[in-house]
Design a protein around this ligand. Structure first.
Ligand SMILES: C[S@@+](CC[C@H](N)C(=O)[O-])C[C@H]1O[C@@H](n2cnc3c(N)ncnc32)[C@H](O)[C@@H]1O
Length: 424
């Protein structure tokens, strides 16, 4: 990990803020909706649909204003000396206090009115919650979980993650995909952890317009999420169960690893997600995925079972700038009973000698290590094994489990425990 402190504000200095000129009421209205609890992504979509005449720079400036006031609201409240400031004042504090726009220009762009611009509190915010703009309970939680690394972790939650692709090995290789994308005008670089990962360089392209996507050459998938599928180490000809398959992010990877042979079973209680999984499988060239609409019965005897369990999702907070203010503190305690139940059931589905992978996208020992240790205590026939032996970097291992996080690996945060059932 670099010893140079990471500055999540530096990207704010290069945004086209002057393009906010003339957009005071549109911007204030959108920010007000986000502060009232509407997801920023949806507010922005709606606002841009209602104002189709905006230029590219105006759209970009509007997006940055809405996302960043949504994200930095607590730190902006500290700068203004009040938590209940109105959108124009919050935008002023963002532009002048965090993005370095001169006071008079920031005042005009944000619409704080005539007269002397607001005075901002000087100096550094005194708490992690204010510096990183997090609810107090969440900052306290990260401090407990990550100790001296909490500051760096939280700083990395405050910038958008990279756009990462996963090559579909059924259709191409990572190198061939990079070449193909270059011919389509998209520049990429290989990810350091997953052998299938390519990070997009430069501004976000319209991926959905690319023929290579329509041809199923890749999926959009965070590099850490790719690792969760890869540590299952599914092999051709095996019986593999994805027990919390959702719309198939990991199922598609498992199927490609199996070279579309053997039995790949996907269960999820949400039928719409399973429908999406089937559509995505067809595009990816997987003919053999079998969707299960009811919970698989004990005694299935699978070679490998992946449990990508529902969780508090604290590891992917950088994907939604305002998500942190919509999660409730009970997110920390709500999931373990369900997780224990799903993992206990999963243990009955693995054949002797088979492999069980328990995974989350959160940073919460109560949902990660504690669930795994309770399972191992109740099932002495299972043992923890090192994830990705022979191919996964030691830098991705913590206490015998996979743990990756934005400040260390540039990925969203993920946890996985790999367990094997004894053969006898
Ligand atoms: C983290 S998401 C899975 C994401 C998916 N594996 C992917 O890569 O796209 C967790 C999934 O667990 C499902 N789920 C909820 N309760 C469940 C249960 N009791 N048994 C199995 N899956 C469950 C949810 O519907 C959700 O799709």
């Amino acid at each position: 990990m670099s010893t140079v402190p990471f500055d999540p504000l530096s990207r704010l200095h290069s945004q086209p803020w002057s393009s906010l000129a003339g957009l005071v009421s549109v911007t204030s209205e959108a920010i007000a909706q986000v502060l009232a609890g509407s997801p920023a992504e949806r507010v922005l979509d709606r606002t841009l649909r209602d104002h189709r005449h905006l230029s590219r720079e105006q759209r970009q400036a509007l997006k940055e204003a809405v996302f960043n006031v949504g994200l930095w609201r607590r730190r902006l409240g500290f700068l203004l000396g009040r938590e209940d400031a109105t959108p124009p004042f919050l935008l002023y504090a963002l532009l002048h206090g965090l993005a370095g726009v001169p006071a008079s220009e920031a005042a005009a762009l944000s619409g704080v009115g005539e007269g002397p611009p607001p005075v901002l509190t000087p100096g550094e915010a005194p708490t992690l919650a204010l510096r990183a703009s997090l609810p107090d309970w969440l900052a306290d939680h990260f401090a407990r979980e990550l100790g001296p690394e909490a500051e760096a972790f939280c700083a990395h939650l405050n910038v958008p993650g990279p756009i990462t692709l996963r090559a579909n090995p059924l259709r191409t290789s990572r190198d061939a995909l990079a070449e193909r994308l270059r011919s389509e005008g998209v520049s990429t670089r290989p990810g350091p952890w997953s052998p299938l990962a390519l990070h997009i360089e430069g501004p976000r392209p319209n991926l959905y317009g690319l023929p290579s996507l329509r041809e199923g050459l890749f999926e959009v998938q965070d590099e850490g999420s790719q690792l969760l599928g890869l540590v299952v180490e599914a092999r051709p000809g095996e019986t593999v169960l994805d027990l919390c398959a959702g719309a198939g992010g990991k199922t598609l990877l498992l199927g490609a690893e199996m070279k579309d042979s053997g039995r790949l079973l996907a269960y999820d209680p949400d039928p719409e997600r399973l429908d999406r999984l089937l559509q995505r499988s067809a595009r990816a060239g997987l003919a053999r995925v079998q969707v299960l609409r009811t919970r698989p019965p004990a005694g299935l005897g699978a070679d490998r079972v992946l449990v990508d369990t529902p969780c508090s999702e604290l590891g992917s907070l950088r994907r939604g700038p305002d998500q942190r203010f919509r999660i409730q503190p009970d997110a920390l305690t709500r999931f373990p009973p369900l997780q224990r139940d799903i993992l206990s059931h999963a243990g009955d589905l693995v054949r002797p000698g088979g492999r069980l992978v328990y995974a989350t996208c959160t940073v919460n020992r109560a949902e990660n290590e504690d669930v795994v240790h309770a399972f191992l205590a109740s099932r002495p026939d299972f043992q923890l094994v090192r994830p990705g032996a022979g191919w996964l970097s030691e830098a991705c291992i913590r206490d015998g489990c996979l743990f990756v996080a934005p400040h260390r690996h540039g990925t969203d945060a993920f946890f996985a425990a790999v367990m094997e059932r004894s053969a006898g």
